[in-house]
Design a protein around this ligand. Structure first.
Ligand SMILES: [Zn+2]
Ligand SMILES: [Zn+2]
Length: 268
């Protein structure tokens, strides 16, 4: 499987792609052309053109969760593609806002998606493509990664604290082990890895790429580093929502790679 970074917070020097605080990965797996998240704006489309990626050929979209830095590009993608299969959690299209009251939900509603897509909402594991699985709702396995709320989510007309239960990830079953592909890891990067191991009944983690949602130099970060060290991961690529401070701490004990727009990975 091929993975290409269409959007990330980071860009490389001398490569003139657009960056934004958002995430979008393009995957080629057999005949499937899959988009994992769509960035915040239409900037991922401009990057795709420069990378000679035909977004019109995308047949499947997986959304890691509903926040608009992962779903903001959806209307632009739908203007281009006649029919798509969209796989995500049932909470992804709920209205949500940040602590200041600013809307941070998907620009398209569930109804708008249903009219134009084959929308598959599931809390359970779903096969997306050959050897590629959407993990569904992530349980909490590790004490140091409890759920915490960010802003509010509207449920049956009432605004509740948002624990982002929709947050999920992809896992690819390769020759060298499992390769985990995350959006923001609000569910906890280690919880996600544990869930991938459990559902695919395989221990070896060959790689991880995506947002880990780590910012502070705190106990959670250090327990995460301990956990990742024990996993003995060959390819570790924290990006999107990982601060420089967190990357520096990780880099002291782990071999981490630099992610930027335009990066390509061959996942075997
Ligand atoms: Zn998020
Ligand atoms: Zn994000």
């Amino acid at each position: 499987m091929k993975l290409k970074v269409l959007m990330d917070n980071h860009t490389y020097i001398d490569q003139y792609y657009l960056g934004e605080p958002a995430l979008s990965f393009y995957l080629e797996n057999g005949r499937d052309r899959i988009l994992f998240d769509t960035g915040y704006s239409d900037a991922f489309m401009s990057n795709a053109r420069k990378m000679n990626i035909e977004l019109k050929t995308v047949n499947k979209v997986v959304l890691s969760h509903g926040h608009n830095d992962h779903t903001g590009g959806l209307p632009h993608l739908l203007a281009l593609n006649r029919w798509l299969t969209v796989i995500t959690h049932p909470d992804t299209f709920q209205y949500r806002q940040d602590d200041a009251g600013l809307a941070i939900s998907s620009p398209l509603s569930k109804m708008q998606l249903e009219e134009r897509c084959d929308l598959r909402l599931s809390k359970e594991v779903q096969q997306v493509s050959e050897n590629l699985f959407y993990l569904g709702e992530i349980p909490q396995y590790l004490d140091f990664e409890p759920r915490y709320s960010i802003g509010k989510i509207q449920v049956r007309g009432v605004l509740n604290d948002d624990f982002i239960y929709d947050d999920s990830a992809l896992v690819y079953r390769g020759n060298k082990g499992l390769f985990v592909i995350t959006g923001c890891s609000h569910a906890g990067i280690c919880n996600i890895i544990e869930h991938a191991r459990k559902v695919l009944r395989e221990e070896k983690i060959a790689g991880v790429i995506g947002g880990f949602h780590l910012f502070e130099d705190d106990e959670r970060l250090h327990k995460t580093i301990e956990y990742l060290k024990n996993c003995d991961i060959d390819q570790l690529y924290p990006c999107h929502c990982v601060s420089l401070k967190a990357k520096i701490e990780m880099g002291k004990q782990l071999d981490i790679g630099e992610v930027g727009v335009g990066m390509e990975l061959d996942i075997e």
